[in-house]
Design a protein around this ligand. Structure first.
Ligand code: MN
Length: 313
């Protein structure tokens, strides 16, 4: 995904280091392409970052006939990992390392931008089901923000049950009743991305890490937790200091739990760049527009690349 020119206020993304208090916020509609609006959960003014998670978009469902609405031309990233997950439909990832990787529901695409990479994301022209999914960005901690860029495709991730819910572990680990589940996704910072879904209304308990901060976004349906109701396209920020969380899900609900160790220091985020150092963000903007080789070229994509807007003075 790429952020648009209108969505380009420089941001300082900072863990809020809240303890236990909760509040519900609404995802904001944002243009992803000229033809497609998505829900942006992170970052927003009142919630910049949860653990390393500094971006969460919920896109679709895009009807199969409208698949060209999802066409994100080549654009760069630094200092973060992008994680793409589909509830349905098919995407094709193309990047400057030469990967052209179709993504289907049940699989995970993970791109580690590090020092610099560029990629394009397009809907598969053979789309058979509506395109519907999530993209997350995990900020790389300062020690790893200049790591070698790489791309990983995981054909499957752990699935298990939490109460009566189907759980899918995208990132991190989850423990319950003596069981330990671990996602194969490459990480650089302690973090969790766990999907839950249920067809019928149910209640269960989540086992959390008391030291980590969390939020839960409701993709569909309804959630009751921490004494409040969270509806579709809303997110509940939960802070830290919870080792158990009782949750109640309405019928036909799906949600994602994001968590992790709070970043000690804020990161700078602007356009598609993240760094602990604002100068590195500004340098990336200049170098991408000048065609610097650190970002390579997305050879598989037919069409123009996106240019970075000027950094605001
Ligand atoms: Mn992107």
């Amino acid at each position: 995904m790429s952020r648009t020119v209108d969505d380009n206020t420089p941001q300082t993304c900072e863990s809020e280091h809240r303890r236990h208090e909760s509040r519900v916020l609404v995802a904001k509609p944002r243009p992803l392409t000229p033809a497609l609006t998505v829900y942006r959960i992170l970052p927003q003014k009142q919630l910049r970052m949860v653990g390393p998670w500094c971006f969460l978009d919920h896109f679709g469902p895009v009807a199969t006939a409208d698949y060209q609405q999802f066409d994100v031309a080549p654009h760069p990233h630094i200092g973060l990992q992008t994680i793409t997950w589909l509830f349905s439909g098919q995407l094709v990832h193309q990047d400057s390392l030469g990967y052209e990787q179709p993504l289907r529901s049940g699989q995970l695409n993970l791109m580690t931008s590090g020092e610099g990479i560029s990629h394009a994301e397009v809907a598969d022209a053979q789309l058979n089901d509506p395109l519907h999914g999530l993209q997350l960005w995990s900020a790389l901690p300062p020690l790893h923000e200049r790591t070698e860029p790489r791309f990983d495709h995981y054909r499957q991730v752990p699935q298990f049950t939490v109460g009566d819910c189907t759980a899918t572990l995208l990132v991190g680990e989850y423990r319950q009743q003596g069981q330990h589940y671990q996602s194969p996704a490459l990480t650089f910072h302690p973090s969790l991305a766990l999907l839950l879904s249920t067809a019928r209304a149910t209640a269960t308990d989540l086992h959390l890490n008391k030291e980590h901060e969390y939020c839960i976004y409701v993709c569909q349906g309804r959630l009751d937790c921490a004494g409040t109701t969270v509806r579709e396209h809303e997110v509940i920020q939960l802070g830290t200091d919870r080792s158990e969380l009782a949750i109640e899900l309405g019928a036909d609900t799906s949600l994602i739990i994001l968590g992790g160790e709070a970043f000690e220091l804020p990161v700078k985020m602007w356009w598609n760049f993240v760094s602990s150092d604002l100068e590195r963000v500004k340098q990336a903007q200049r170098e991408w527009n000048e065609g610097h080789p650190r970002f390579g070229e997305v050879a598989h994509y037919q069409g123009e690349r996106l240019l970075a807007p000027e950094y605001p003075q």
